[in-house]
Write a new protein. Structure first.
Length: 255
């Protein structure tokens, strides 16, 4: 891979400008991603040493170093210092937390319409509650019940309730066993965390809203515990749609 230098902008007044070339490290990222997508690099595989990778791609070592730094920050790669077989740069299994953080930022920056976010949440959480209802692991709902217990015990702290509400929905997604659904659910819910909290703070009758939300949470959990996937899915959709209708401040946001 040979990288050309960028040409200076055209001084002509006809409106045409040279096409911007990618920075070298971005081309290195593209090359590594191509290897992963092609299946040549798999989780746990080691990348060639920095010097060798730079020679293969015909780029500078600083460009390789920057590309590896970016991919490591994204959770795609992991680096281990030292010597021996355990040292070097390896393809990592991106943990759910890293993926959720990455998606959350993009969701927040994408400036989606509220209606789009609601539909995405409905689609994901109807699926996750149904999966949780069909799952057979007796321990799958431990975290769901723990989040529920914290919400039951919290009468006044709106920020803590918001965090526990998020934990409740996240734990249900995890109980369903689909890691991608979980990551997407967490990303969407956390992207809205600040907006939902602001909306909570504007509610005059917090006690009434909290009670309504808790009734719906209990019903969803009861349907999951009963193994009734259809009812759990229906209740989750109704809960999400009604929740946004109760928080008019959200309708003025796009994040």
């Amino acid at each position: 891979m040979t990288v050309e230098s960028s040409a200076p902008p055209s001084s002509s007044g006809d409106g045409w400008q040279p096409v911007a070339r990618a920075r070298t490290y971005e081309l290195v990222i593209d090359a590594i991603e191509e290897q992963i997508l092609a299946g040549t690099l798999r989780v746990g595989d080691a990348l060639p040493p920095e010097r060798e990778l730079a020679a293969r791609l015909q780029v500078s070592r600083p460009a390789v170093r920057e590309a590896l730094r970016v991919l490591e920050a994204q959770g795609v790669l992991r680096s281990a210092t030292g010597s021996g077989a355990g040292a070097g740069t390896f393809v990592a299994a991106m943990p759910g937390e890293a993926l959720s953080r990455f998606l959350r930022l993009h969701i927040a920056l994408a400036n989606f319409e509220l209606a789009e976010i609601i539909e995405a949440r409905v689609t994901l959480e109807c699926s996750s509650v149904a999966l949780a209802a069909r799952a057979t692991d007796p321990e799958r709902l431990v975290d769901v019940r723990a989040a529920m217990a914290r919400m039951e015990a919290n009468d006044t702290d709106r920020e803590q309730f918001n965090d526990d509400d998020t934990a409740f929905h996240t734990a249900i997604a995890e109980a369903g066993g689909n890691r991608l659904v979980t990551a997407l659910t967490v990303a969407i819910r956390n992207a809205l965390r600040a907006s939902i909290l602001d909306a909570f703070q504007e509610i005059d009758d917090w006690s009434a809203l909290r009670d309504e939300l808790m009734v719906e949470h209990r019903a969803i959990l009861a349907a999951i515990e009963a193994g009734d996937a259809s009812r759990a899915s229906h209740l989750a959709e109704q809960h999400i749609r009604d929740s946004y209708e109760r928080l008019p401040l959200l309708h003025g946001t796009r994040d």
